[in-house]
Ligand binder design. Structure first.
Ligand code: HEM
Length: 434
């Protein structure tokens, strides 16, 4: 007996959404409700098994993870990242992860807090004293500047404008779209974006090789060079970190600002916390972990809007699920989004309630996994949480913010983004901070 699959109506809805480049999350939620925690979507060239819930999460991410590969040769993300450690398996992955991990520990990330503040101020300095800004665009600028400086030691302020279209281009290249159901369809227009990104990355590697040993604080790029990797392998890891690191942070920050705009009581509580803990100082590595309520808001935003909403795998061998056998080479998707909204594990699952993350509140293991789980969980989880606190605290210290456009939907790009963006009215706060 096979897994339950969608009837024609839901199948067509998914197809239509994919062809339009929209979000298929509404259709997936309806399938989860009608078909249970394991079902299959069936189109000619696209027949993924979709799993959700703590039981399946634990299996895919931990207990039976060896049955599933991360690398899928036919996915655009593999042709873009080549041998980036996000798209390789086994020993090749583990060796690379070992080189990269030390630069992303809490201690190292804390050393970047002052720089994160600096770039937040730089981006906010271009906002009007009173006016509107699109937080999706602004948070992408902040995230890119911070990530590239902290990991590769490069300030891209002056190159932002020229790099911007190519960054967006490569993200579009790996975003879901008609290619999923029409894999034979040629995809035009991305070569130039990839070439331009490559030329930036190779230039950065060359310049770091020329100055290696001169920096008092080695960067992650220095670690990759010291490990003896060649330029192509380093390029693959840099692009992996750049895409996996900045697009997720962008979406997360934009969603959190949206939720703060939509819930003014929560926003007032965060402002109160930021003011009482930081006073007139900017966040520092000493104070950042004390912003506990902001941490709860961040978690609740990650629960409702997980930027990586699905873990994508390919089965290496047949596996059993709910009494059915799924053959090898099946695309297997574990839905973080559906899991984090399951009524069995969450009270009022669709409601924004940061208080559910108060310390002491118990939750089912593997019901909250915005950063994945097991040995291949998100390598940038600490980085992302620290950066989110720094940037959000700085924004709330400097500006009063309100949603200017409440009608915001979900867009399934490379990450789950707010669509068409998060337009907010901003008004500069006085007095200035010290
Ligand atoms: C809010 C921000 C972020 C979220 C929600 C997020 C989420 C995730 C998730 C769910 C996974 C596991 C995917 C799976 O099981 O298929 C993952 C893996 C990964 N993330 Fe993140 N991430 C974030 C930020 C970052 C940052 C800042 C970096 C880099 C500095 C990063 C780099 C990576 C990499 C390289 C992997 C693959 C790890 C491996 O295969 O060993 N992420 N992330």
């Amino acid at each position: 007996m096979g897994l339950p699959s969608a009837d024609g109506r839901l199948g067509l809805r998914i197809l239509k959404d994919l062809l339009k480049g929209g979000s298929i999350l509404g259709a997936l939620s309806a399938m989860r409700e009608g078909l249970g925690d394991a079902f299959q979507i069936k189109f000619a060239g696209f027949k993924p098994v979709v799993l959700s819930g703590p039981k399946h999460g634990r299996r895919i991410l931990v207990k039976e993870r060896d049955k599933f590969a991360w690398r899928n040769e036919s996915d655009p993300v593999t042709s873009l990242l080549r041998h980036g450690f996000l798209v390789v398996d086994d020993e090749e992955h583990d060796k690379l992860r070992q080189i990269i991990e030390p630069a992303l520990t809490r201690k190292h990330v804390h050393d970047h807090v002052a720089m994160m503040v600096g770039y937040s101020e730089q981006v906010m300095s271009r906002w009007p004293t009173e006016g509107t800004v699109d937080m999706l665009v602004e948070m992408r600028k902040v995230s890119l500047l911070i990530l590239i400086k902290s990991l590769f030691g490069v300030d891209i302020t002056d190159r932002m404008e020229s790099l911007w279209p190519h960054v967006l281009g490569v993200i579009k290249y790996v975003s879901p779209g008609p290619w999923i159901v029409l894999p034979w369809k040629k995809r035009f227009g991305f070569k130039r974006n990839i070439r331009e990104m490559d030329s930036f990355l190779f230039e950065t590697i060359q310049s770091a090789r020329n100055t290696t040993g001169e920096r008092s604080e080695p960067t992650l790029l220095d670690d990759l060079i010291s490990a003896g990797l060649n330029d192509d392998t380093i390029r693959d890891q840099m692009l992996t970190l750049l895409i996996a690191g900045h697009d997720t942070n962008t979406a997360h920050l934009a969603w959190t600002l949206y939720e703060l705009g939509a819930h003014t009581d929560t926003k007032s509580k965060v402002v109160e916390e930021v003011t009482s803990i930081l006073g007139s100082d900017r966040p520092s590595k000493e104070s950042i972990d004390r912003l506990e309520y902001l941490g709860m808001v961040i978690n609740e935003s990650l629960r409702l809007h997980p930027p990586i909403h699905v873990s994508n795998r390919k089965s290496k061998c047949p596996f059993h699920v709910n009494g059915s056998t799924v053959p090898e080479n099946t695309r297997t998707m574990f839905s973080i989004y559906l899991t984090q909204r399951e009524g069995e594990h969450w009270d009022q699952p669709d409601t924004f309630m940061p208080e559910r993350f108060e310390s002491g509140n118990k939750r089912t293991p593997f019901s909250f996994l915005p950063f994945g789980g097991g040995p291949r969980n998100c390598i940038g989880a600490i980085y992302a949480q620290v950066e989110a606190k720094v940037v959000l605290a700085c924004v709330l210290q400097s500006f009063e913010i309100e949603l200017a456009e409440k009608n915001v939907g979900e867009h399934m790009g490379a990450t789950l983004e707010p669509k068409p963006g998060v337009t907010m009215s901003v008004r500069k706060r006085m007095p200035q901070l010290s």
